[in-house]
Design a protein around this ligand. Structure first.
Ligand SMILES: *Cc1c(COP(=O)(O)O)cnc(C)c1O
Length: 338
């Protein structure tokens, strides 16, 4: 079997509305001085208000079912989009290990949706990246459940397969646009995407190789990382090698294959500054599209800066990959309207 056949043979549960739309952004382009801008609308993947994690969950839930598991266990921050999308994947139970303490007031944003989707929430204080999950899994096993652990952000070689497949979807869409791209003398396509637990970017890089799609992929770093996690590009390369191995491809990925811009981290994960606020308002007011305060607001702020500083060239089509996250807007009003 070749890698594409192997990809298609993996267990997968249909959860997303695919393909997601690819739209042009003419008014935003004008405001940024004329670059050719497109947006891939993974905020419209459908399940539980959508987002990039639904692509990963198609493979993760497929694997969980193939192994006969009955409960998904995963972790994240209090306003985690990944946790909300996992909670929405119906048919299996869901236990979320969330960072922080239970808020005293009514739940808002993603946390409200976690509750509506019926997830069980365990509060984990400082540990938002799954540190308490093994203990929770053990407890579930003791009570007769069959838990399936999904790592932080769904970023293992199972979940990230969703973004390998997404490159096949994009290739078909770009072929439809080919005449238009040629007419405008656009020589290359650069994808700009928020990058945090890494499954999205690692999957895209491997997927571009699998489908022979000539795109440059620029990740905008969202999270400074924890002490001891090691350099982000090294972790992306490790994940890419595991994806490649699963697809029977040469696993030659090294850190230098991953372009991650870390200049927009500001105060760290989830700290909203003018960069995110301005980007959210700009895209809302030019295109009527909502970004989110943690990921896509920061990534779009980075894109605007890369255009301004000439790091993205005029003969490139720039494709902003909208990874979702909009429900978090409703948990962060005080940070957005200042
Ligand atoms: C999780 C998430 C990302 C980052 O994707 P990773 O695969 O974790 O790097 C980007 N945007 C949004 C809205 C997310 O929820």
């Amino acid at each position: 079997m070749n890698p594409i056949e192997r990809l298609h043979a993996l267990p997968r549960t249909g959860l997303a509305f695919l393909p997601t739309p690819l739209m042009e952004l003419p008014r935003l382009s004008q405001r940024l001085g004329g670059p050719r801008l497109w947006m891939k609308r993974d905020d419209q993947t459908g399940l539980g208000l959508g987002g990039n994690k639904v692509r990963k969950l198609e493979y993760l839930v497929g694997e969980a079912r193939a192994r006969g598991c009955d409960t998904l266990v995963t972790s994240g921050a209090i306003q985690s989009n990944h946790c909300r999308q996992t909670a929405a994947a119906t048919g299996l139970g869901c236990v979320l290990a969330l960072g922080g303490e239970e808020p005293t007031g009514a739940p808002t944003g993603n946390l409200l949706l976690d509750r509506l989707f019926g997830a069980t929430v365990r509060w984990c204080g400082e540990s938002r990246k799954g540190e308490k999950v093994p203990a929770i899994v053990e407890e579930l096993c003791r009570s007769g459940r069959r838990p399936y652990t999904i790592p932080y952000g769904g970023s293992d070689e199972i979940g990230a397969m969703g973004f390998v497949a997404a490159m096949g979807e994009l290739k078909a869409q770009l072929e439809e646009q080919r005449a238009q791209l040629a007419e405008r003398r656009l020589k290359a396509t650069t994808i700009v995407v928020a990058s945090s637990s890494g499954g999205t970017q690692a999957g895209m890089v491997v997927g571009a190789d699998v489908f022979e799609l000539p795109v440059r992929i620029v990740g905008i770093g969202i999270d400074k990382g924890e002490a001891g996690e090691g350099p982000y590009e090294v972790r992306l390369a490790e994940l890419a090698r595991r994806l490649a191995a699963r697809l029977g491809m040469p696993a030659h990925y090294t850190a230098d294959r991953f372009d991650v811009r870390t200049g927009y981290l500001g105060g760290g994960y989830g700290v909203v500054s003018d960069l995110e606020r301005e980007a959210i308002k700009l895209v809302a007011q030019t295109e009527g599209v909502l970004l989110d305060p943690v990921y896509t607001g920061r990534a779009m702020g980075g894109l605007a800066d890369l255009v301004k500083t000439g790091a993205l060239r005029g003969d490139e089509a720039i494709l902003f990959w909208h990874t979702g996250g909009t429900p978090a807007l409703f948990g962060r009003a005080e940070d957005l309207v200042v």
